[in-house]
Design a protein around this ligand. Structure first.
Ligand code: FES
Length: 105
């Protein structure tokens, strides 16, 4: 599946994701700046957060309690903020667009 990350500056990174990876892993594997992922993917740091466009939000399971609690600790939160480590790549997400916050701190 293709995933496009858009930095706060507008710089785009279109990368190829493997099914089953988390969106955070995809960003890390492709050295996309803007995802820090301090906790390594355990919904425990909020430094992997990104904004998911509405069209895609509907195709992703809603955040569980752990993710919701952690998003409250993230910086620059918007209504469509999600933890990218909690989003699994599936074929239905081909073309996913994730915008990145201006910073994770
Ligand atoms: Fe820490 Fe996602 S990597 S919450």
């Amino acid at each position: 599946a293709k995933v496009t990350f858009i930095e706060a500056s507008g710089k785009q990174h279109e990368v190829t994701a493997q099914e089953g990876q988390s969106v955070m892993q995809v960003a890390m594997d492709n050295l996309v700046p803007g995802i820090v992922a301090e906790c390594g993917g355990f919904a425990n740091c909020a430094t992997c957060h990104g904004y998911v466009d509405d069209a895609w939000l509907k195709k992703i399971p809603p955040p569980d309690a752990a993710e919701e609690g952690m998003i409250e600790c993230a910086f620059h939160v918007q209504p469509n903020s999600r933890l990218t480590c909690q989003i699994k790549v599936t074929p239905a997400l081909d073309g996913l667009v994730v915008r990145l916050p201006v910073s994770q701190t």
